[in-house]
Ligand binder design. Structure first.
Ligand SMILES: [Zn+2]
Length: 202
């Protein structure tokens, strides 16, 4: 199918006249990362959104996740939750943070997910090679030394990923705020193979 009609080509401006010049202020500073054609990384995201929206059609969905599941996972850039779990738009809630740790704020999200939006299953996903395995609670101490204030939050660093999954499962199962705590399963995602390994809760 022709997207450009012959008459448009015949009457349109010459290609050489459409060169766009970028202002220096909108450019990514040299050496700050991979080359991005004009603008900051956020500009690039906004541009991509324009293309996404152009092809987007309202799926007419309810906010309640179709599969009634909430997935709590690490924010790691190598973990594409939807692709790795065969999830589609509208299927689940995804709650992510550094480590995929079950913090009070994750419990807050799970509570809203279950009580206001109808989910009843919880899947916890940590992964191999997590950045939190290289940190200790010293991170907080160092922060305090640097900025003169101790963060209220724990770093939640860990050495044994399986043990941390078990602890996360335990935190979900024992939360008094959740309606559903029977279907809680935990996994470690292998960033080299893409495979999930289930963690024995015992
Ligand atoms: Zn991680």
């Amino acid at each position: 199918m022709d997207l450009i009609s012959p008459s448009h080509i015949a009457t349109g401006p010459a290609v050489t006249s459409t060169v766009i010049t970028m202002t220096p202020s909108a450019s990514v500073p040299t050496g700050s990362g991979p080359a991005i054609s004009g603008g900051t990384v956020t500009d690039r995201l906004v541009e991509a959104n324009g293309q996404y929206a152009a092809a987007f059609t309202d799926p007419g969905m309810d906010a309640r996740p179709v599969l009634r599941v909430a997935v709590v996972a690490c924010m790691d850039a190598r973990l594409d939750l939807h692709a790795a779990l065969g999830l589609n738009l509208g299927d689940c809630h995804t709650i992510r943070n550094a480590g995929g740790v079950v913090t009070d704020d994750v419990i807050r999200s799970l509570t809203i997910s279950q009580r206001a939006l109808g989910t009843s299953s919880v899947v916890l996903i940590h992964h191999t090679g997590c950045g939190l395995e290289t940190l200790t609670e010293e991170f907080r101490h160092d922060l305090e030394m640097e900025v003169g204030q101790r963060p209220a939050w724990a770093v939640e660093a860990f050495r044994d990923v399986e043990q941390d999954v078990r602890q996360s499962m335990q935190r979900v199962r024992t939360s008094p705020f959740l309606l559903h705590t029977d279907d809680v399963r935990g996994f470690v995602f292998d960033v080299k193979t893409g495979l999930l390994r289930e963690t024995d809760p015992a």
